[in-house]
Design a protein around this ligand. Structure first.
Ligand code: ZN
Length: 298
């Protein structure tokens, strides 16, 4: 068991990094870590995560009863307790409001496209948990839907949540989500992402084992490949093949494809150059356009 003093110091360090990187403003965000099998070390309510000291932390049991500490535990304690309840394998929980990822959460756009190999392998798809009033019972209820299958998610109109086998693993996933959100935003400003193909996504799913990645979420869009492919369900995490609780990566079958905005842009450009001035779309571009329109309606 990691000594309590080390866990307290690690929380201080991760809080300092989150604040320094702008993932939290003012007193936002919260962090917790398992202490042995039946207790948690948790950040206290109403402190800036950039200026914490080890003695500020609260010790609670797994029902949230404060066992030690001068301050009250985080206002989002219920969300943390729910994660530990649902995921016996998880040792640490990090919640922050990184601005670009939170922008996606506010716009209602999940980070679910097959774009970067390391994101696919470590996190798979990053869904959005439904909006819930912060600090109320609603938030753990919203998080419960996806947490069995996902190590990271966006919280609608709020922020992001990550979990891991230790505190730094959970924190690095927060970094990965924000980094991925920034790259996705830039790619969309530049005309849209080129997606990695479904075959390649499957290959990455197989490589998870080689890299020692124990992410629970299946990442492939083909449900028949869910079982037995990197889907570690230690602790009985439930049915990860249920599409209602597991969001898979959007990857095109066959070769990689550029998403709609660029297909349309290309067609418009082509129209400018042809004598009739008409917009021509290939069957594939048209299909992608329709699929994207349907998705945006959901
Ligand atoms: Zn928050």
């Amino acid at each position: 068991m990691t000594p309590e003093s080390t866990l307290r110091a690690d929380i201080v360090e991760v809080g300092r990094r989150m604040y320094a990187r702008g993932y939290t403003a003012s007193n936002d965000g919260n962090i917790s870590v398992r202490l042995g099998s039946d207790r948690l070390v948790m950040t206290p309510k109403s402190v800036c995560k950039g200026f914490m000291t080890p003695d500020m932390m609260c010790i609670t049991d797994l029902d949230g009863k404060k066992l030690q500490g001068d301050r009250d535990p985080s206002s989002e304690m219920l969300m943390h307790l729910e994660v530990y309840r649902q995921r016996p394998d998880v040792q640490a929980v990090v919640h922050a409001h990184p601005p670009t990822a939170t922008g996606f959460a506010v716009a209602g756009i999940p980070l679910d496209r097959a774009v970067l190999a390391e994101v696919i392998a470590t996190l798979g798809s990053i869904p959005i948990a439904e909006y819930a009033t912060p600090s109320t019972r609603e938030l753990p209820d919203a998080v419960r839907k996806y947490i069995k299958a996902h190590d990271g998610m966006l919280l609608a109109n709020h922020g992001a949540l990550t979990v891991g086998a230790d505190l730094y693993a959970a924190y690095y996933k927060m970094e990965t989500i924000e980094h991925f959100a920034k790259i996705s935003l830039v790619a969309r400003l530049l005309g849209g992402e080129n997606l990695i193909s479904r075959d390649e996504v499957l290959r990455l799913q197989e490589l998870r084992g080689t890299y020692g990645i124990k992410a629970p979420a299946p990442i492939c869009a083909d449900p028949s490949t869910f079982l037995g492919a990197g889907g570690s369900t230690e602790g009985g995490a439930g049915d990860l093949t249920d599409p209602a609780t597991c969001q898979v990566v959007q990857a095109p079958a066959g070769g990689g494809a550029r998403l709609v905005p660029n297909a349309v842009q290309r067609a418009v450009e082509a129209a400018r150059h042809n004598a009739e001035g008409e917009i021509r779309l290939t069957y594939r571009e048209l299909s992608a356009l329709i699929e994207d329109a349907i998705r945006s309606l959901r």
